[in-house]
Design a binder for this molecule. Sequence first.
Ligand code: HEC
Length: 545
Amino acid sequence: MNYRKLLQILLPSLLIAALAGADYSANKMYSFSPPSERLTPQERRGKQIYLKGKGSSSQEIVALLGKDNTEVPGSVLTCAGCHGRDGRGKPEGGITPSDITWPSLTKPYGVAHTGGRKHPPYTERFLKRAITLGIDPAGNRLHTAMPRYRMSLDDMADLVAYLKRLGRDPDPGLSETAIRVGAILPPSERFAEMGQAIKSTLAAYFDDLNRAGGVYNRRIELSFIEPVGSPEERTEQVRAFLDDTEVFALTSGFMAGADREIAALIEEKEIPLIGAFTLHPQISFPLNRYVFYIYAGLEDQGRALAAFAAKKIAKQNPPAAIIYPDDDASRKVAEAIKQQCQKSGWETVEEVAISEGQSVKEDFSHQAALLARNLSRKAVEVVFFLGPAGAESIFLREAQRLDWKPLVLVPGPLAGRDIFEAPMSFEGRIFLSFPTLPSDQTPDGVAQYRILAEAHKLQPKSLATQFTALSSAKLMVEGFKRAGKDVSREKLIEVLEGLYGFSTGLTPAVTYNPNRRVGAIGSHIVRVDLKAKSLAPASEWVELK
Ligand code: HEC
């Protein structure tokens, strides 16, 4: 083959490697599941049925229960719900669902169950009969806890095809000797320094971990993707990366600006992501099981500010106002604040949306005087200010002119330096929320970071970013350790859901559960000290339920 042809073939993969920042030469040393081990399309459809009770034919899957054949949607009684994702069965309430992996069902001399039931090996036909009629190959009736299922022939064929692969369906990115992990970096055109901080911190941490033997003798292999462009473009690049690189899990995902899109992609690909850079965790119902956030987003910070204000004002029903830029994300934050206010019995909470013009800040300076007059006339005592960005002082100067001094609450990540330019009459009246502060750091956590930083010559830049990346990686590795040698993506999610008050040493303690995907739901509240132009603690950590 001539040189040019070779280049043509190689170039696309080199480009992707460059884009992903992946170290392909290192990856070659480890064997990840070859394509022949991956599921066929039919097996994949069967897996959907096994996990979700949803087939691909128009006929719905129905589970029949008990003597009177009570009908329940298959999606409510999924096979995985009782037999486990891996088919080995989860004992519950004294009943043990059988191990239904194919090697167990087809033992050559048959199977003797602990309850005394015996039967010859299953065949495909017997398996279908067990699922539809609840009868084993010996003709024994199965325990009534095992539902009988009605589904189309096509769905049944898909399900049986998958059942033959059940338990031998290794998650991508996992081998005997390595776990491949990916990180989604911020777009370099705007966040070059941040991206560099994430990259070098993760590389340093996993390098140390690998030198110390990895996790259960598996090395952690790290690959990066640095997507650029619009949210859609970034999402497509992440998709290509995930299809190409086959990572087992993701950490330190930069999602800001494309939160919804990237979270949806991760859910679609069923890849756990531990630790994200975003102000807008996607935590609405139904829960996206795959994305684990560390910090509270703006909505929860808004709620924490409202809870703090209610305590501080300690009045029946003070008139309050929420000023926010008229966009989707801000509207949601305003809504969360309003709901929290209502919980405290505050009924008069006015929402003031500032519509977007060419320059929101400039438009706002025209509106600010009018707005301040309006709200002061209504004797508003509490103002939540979500933007326009960097316009707090414009508004507060107008307020001062009217000799109106409401309590002002701003989610910290939205406050600009401008906040220190507020009139002195607001001394002690302005409060900010932060999802983490240096006071969260433990001596151990800091010492560990110092050792890492020294050994790997980490720059003392973007420290908050480094700490978040490091905490994300630590959380993921904690998950790997707890999941054990037989780690799977599903097991990783399960053990993370069991984390309670876990200390990363650099962030607030982290707690997850099956319905909770934000590790630290709450905020620190700090007072803006206008004289010293600094911030001072204003309360204990505000924990939200
Ligand atoms: C509500 C819990 C539950 C659900 C849902 C469930 N099973 Fe079962 N299954 C059981 C129990 C319990 C047994 C053991 C019955 C016994 O020992 O008599 C069993 C037995 C079986 C057996 C018989 C194996 C043997 O020991 O002879 C097969 C096959 C099976 N299940 C497949 C499935 C499939 C496929 C699905 C989904 C379409 C499913 N089960 C859904 C609880 C369940």
